[in-house]
Design a protein around this ligand. Sequence first.
Ligand SMILES: [Zn+2]
Length: 158
Amino acid sequence: MTFKCPDIPSHEGFAAPVLPNGDPASSGGAFTKTFVGYQAGCSCGWTDQRRFPPTAEGAKETEYRWWSRHAAPLIAAAPPGELVTKSNLLCERIVKLAAERPLAALTLLSQMESWQRTLLDQVVAGAREAGASWTQVGEAMGISKQSAHERFRGHVST
Ligand SMILES: [Zn+2]
């Protein structure tokens, strides 16, 4: 049994049986009858520190731990899956439009660029006011802390 959330598709949680030597057995590995407990794990490599009893309740506890300790913070930082799908769809449509009517695609892209730039400044300012560090802003944008700071310091008060 695995735990999943559509907003973080690259993360799949599982209850890893803990072997007598203390190592968690990997999700895909052969199941052992000699396990001594359960530990929450994730396909990304994350492992919970806490061990639960080798019972059905113990396995259930690991699911809760995966959600609360690992998935919840990731989901909070992930855009809603529905919006990601729409954004990808929009991109595909514009690529198609550009092949058929390049000038129309250019008009649309420059309109998007102007609201996107304004929105980006506002959202970075909002995130900073809400206490986000430059490291977190950079991570959310897939750029370094230095790049984020250099790009936005003129537009954001802090
Ligand atoms: Zn994960």
